[in-house]
Write a protein that binds this ligand. Structure first.
Ligand SMILES: [Fe+2]
Length: 260
């Protein structure tokens, strides 16, 4: 088995930004200092948060490619399986994206970008999805799924070697012997090898592993080392913006304080 992607450069994998501009800026600043040449986004650029346009503009500029997330999809088509809080945020986000602020070309570029996002990207032995290899946009692979062997088995069958994913907002590595290793448990560095692995990169803008810091992953294809990065960002500022927008439920701001 071999990796066909460019082995001479380092990759940054970001996901689930959820319109949190403060978090995105801190993460992109950190990436700038890491000699990263490719930035890949695994979806959910928007939804929940107060700055969908700003986050889309930044991702369109900085990321080599972006995968479609379920919240990105929900702004384009009728949302399915969204709770009332998420649904209301979808409708508010749509309205925001309809605001051109005098630049209708940029507004159209954002809609075109969303409309053209792929559900999956494969390079050699490496796969990139939002949810899972089996259902790239919507399926969650949670740490507790290590106890649902048939589920993980059928997902691993579809992966050639490594699959980078997001969606749960819980970073960590699923090993082919059905273990889940959190960043804490591996001191924020996980050495990939010949065995298959699913790597969840966590969430930039709405972490849910009870650590309120932004999460993203650096990957060096030469050494196959995965580094989990956690960064503090001014979450109170993002929460304040959410509290000031009537359509965004206060719980969306509250959860940023606690990372849940
Ligand atoms: Fe998400």
């Amino acid at each position: 088995m071999f990796l066909v992607w460019d082995q001479s450069v380092k990759y940054a994998l970001i996901s689930d930004i959820h319109a949190n501009y403060e978090a995105l800026q801190v993460v992109l600043d950190d990436i700038r200092q890491q000699e990263v040449t490719r930035i890949i986004c695994l979806g959910d650029v928007i939804g929940y948060g107060p700055n969908p346009r700003e986050c889309l503009d930044e991702v369109m500029k900085r990321c080599e490619f972006t995968i479609l997330g379920n919240h990105d999809e929900a702004t384009l088509f009728d949302p399915d399986g969204f709770n009332p809080v998420a649904l209301q945020a979808v409708y508010w986000t749509r309205d925001e994206l309809e605001k051109s602020s005098g630049n209708s070309a940029q507004m159209n570029r954002r809609w075109d970008f969303l409309g053209e996002l792929p559900r999956m990207h494969v390079e050699g032995d490496v796969m990139f999805v939002h949810g899972s290899a089996r259902d790239p946009t919507n399926e969650y692979v949670f740490p507790e799924d290590v106890y649902k062997r048939p589920k993980l088995e059928s997902i691993f069958e579809l992966v050639t070697l490594y699959c980078f994913q997001g969606h749960t907002h819980i970073p960590g590595v699923f090993t082919s012997d059905f273990d889940f290793i959190s960043p804490d448990e591996c001191d924020y560095e996980y050495q990939l090898g010949e065995q298959k692995a699913l790597i969840n990169v966590g969430s930039v803008g709405q972490p849910r592993d009870e650590d309120n810091r932004s999460s993203y992953v650096l990957f060096d294809p030469q050494t196959k080392l995965v580094q989990f990065r956690r960064l503090s960002y001014p979450y109170e500022e993002t929460a304040r913006k959410i509290y000031n927008i009537e359509e965004l439920h206060n719980s969306l701001g509250d959860r940023l304080h606690v990372g849940r």
